[in-house]
Design a protein around this ligand. Structure first.
Ligand code: ADP
Length: 190
């Protein structure tokens, strides 16, 4: 099985690239951001809880996020592998994911980080906000908070998998196709 973590700051293009990777490698795309938006759209108790954090640009608490992720994996026993997008975002999430996969005789194959500079990220997210309907994409204060949270709480996850020899950085600037080619090179080498 190929189990990828698609990693990078908000707005780095994870969702766009994950959709193409799924087509090529036939793995299941699990985006915690998409799962939260689905729950919020249906106004479920989980969605209501997540909303109070997401609208401030903060992370949803680990126990909520980890439980939701495990339910999604458990619901797809047929999956031939996974692309985790937006997860893990903290070290406790990474440890929980490793333990969860180990319990299934699986492991993360690679963490691939899409490397994009801050100025470009803010422009991309504001551009997306104009059409995405995502409240957390419209306000520069919230976007900046998401970037700060990424640097403080999420970027250590890159080092965590690097210490296991699993982290790779890919240039996330360029055309969608050019970036996809770079990602495929990494996946094909696994
Ligand atoms: P982005 O486009 O900023 O990468 P996502 O769509 O992945 O954002 O997630 C949107 C929001 O959902 C995040 O800002 C955060 O509040 C919440 N969220 C998503 N994934 C996680 C996670 N693994 N842990 C905690 N909160 C999360």
């Amino acid at each position: 099985m190929i189990n990828l973590i698609l990693f990078g700051p908000p707005g780095s293009g994870k969702g766009t690239q994950a959709a193409q990777l799924v087509d090529r490698y036939r793995v299941l795309h699990i985006s915690t951001g998409d799962l939260f938006r689905y729950e919020m759209g249906n106004n479920t108790p989980l969605g209501q809880k997540a909303k109070s954090f997401i609208e401030k640009g903060e992370l949803v608490p680990d126990e909520v996020t980890i439980g939701m992720l495990q339910n999604k994996v458990d619901a797809h026993p047929e999956a031939l592998g996974y692309i985790f997008d937006g997860f893990p975002r903290t070290i406790p999430q990474a440890e929980a994911l490793d333990a969860f996969l180990a319990g299934r005789g699986e492991a993360i194959s690679r963490l691939i980080m899409l490397d994009v500079p801050d100025e470009e990220i803010i422009q991309r997210i504001l551009g997306r906000g104009a059409t995405s309907g995502r409240a957390d994409d419209l306000n520069t204060g919230i976007i900046q908070n998401r970037i700060d949270v990424y640097k403080e709480q999420t970027s250590p996850v890159f080092d965590y998998y690097a210490s296991h020899g699993k982290s790779v950085k890919v240039d996330g600037v360029g055309s969608i196709d050019a970036i996809f080619d770079r990602l495929c090179e990494v996946v094909d080498a696994i």
